[in-house]
Design a binder for this molecule. Structure first.
Ligand SMILES: N[C@@H](CCC(=O)N[C@@H](CS[C@H](CC=O)c1ccccc1)C(=O)NCC(=O)O)C(=O)O
Length: 222
């Protein structure tokens, strides 16, 4: 039985949250080592365990993996969440890059100057409503299955659910024009491993708050 993956990051969502989601969806228990100070980060750097001096870093299968996408791809492939062939994997990659772009916009919002937040929030909602969610709504309609790719759960579904919930935190009725996405949200949220991760007390992190922003700012002098 291999050791549990150990996640090295701050005690907040940031770039690590999709990794927490994917491991949880795969039913993989993981440990977390929180970086709380500049010194914590410097220690990891001085220990030579951060390939590019950056986090997220995940200790897994004898590796100290860095680069979020590489970590996610490895987990998806290892736990059969990456399609049955090259074409399904390509579709999963396309869908994941779309939700990565949308979540990337949301992820940085709390770090932006107060006077630009309203404009950036409006842009997030505009992009979610007019660029990203229409694609997934149509994909579900055209595919006619419960999942985005093939007829089984993949990384793309887990990532889309995470993006839907983050977008709803920005605008609770953001799915009002997307009935298939509303049904998708209900279906995927009820998958036992995901349902467990959505319960209070799980390792899922809350929306990025000022406390997390302050920790990140202090560590990176930003
Ligand atoms: N390509 C890589 C990039 C990983 C990456 O940018 N890691 C950062 C911390 S996360 C960041 C903190 C503020 O910038 C944050 C925190 C919250 C929200 C968004 C980003 C880092 O280690 N910065 C130190 C440095 O670059 O010297 C990957 O996809 O994993």
């Amino acid at each position: 039985m291999s050791a549990k993956p150990k996640l090295h990051y701050f005690n907040g969502r940031g770039r690590m949250e999709p990794i927490r989601w994917l491991l949880a969806a795969a039913g993989v228990e993981f440990e977390e080592e929180f970086i709380e100070t500049k010194e914590d980060l410097e220690k990891l750097r001085n220990d030579g365990v951060l390939l590019f001096q950056q986090v997220p870093m995940v200790e897994m299968d004898g590796m100290r993996m860095v680069q979020t996408r590489a970590i996610l791809s490895y987990i998806a492939a290892k736990y059969n969440l990456y399609g049955k062939d090259l074409k399904e994997r390509a579709w999963i990659d396309m869908y994941v890059e779309g939700t990565t772009d949308l979540m990337g916009m949301i992820m940085y919002l709390p770090f932006q100057p107060a006077d630009t937040k309203e404009k950036n929030l409006a842009l997030i909602i505009e992009r979610a409503t007019n660029r990203y969610f229409p694609v997934y709504e149509k994909a579900l309609k055209d595919h006619g299955q419960d999942y985005l790719v093939g007829n089984k759960l993949s990384w793309a579904d887990v990532h889309l659910l995470e993006a839907i919930l983050m977008a709803e935190e920005c605008k609770p009725d953001v799915l009002s024009a997307f009935p298939l996405l509303q049904a998708f949200k209900g279906r995927i949220s009820n998958i036992p491993t995901i349902k467990k991760f959505l319960q209070p007390g799980s390792q899922r992190k809350p929306p990025t708050d000022e406390k997390f922003v302050a920790v990140v700012r202090k560590i990176f002098n930003i």
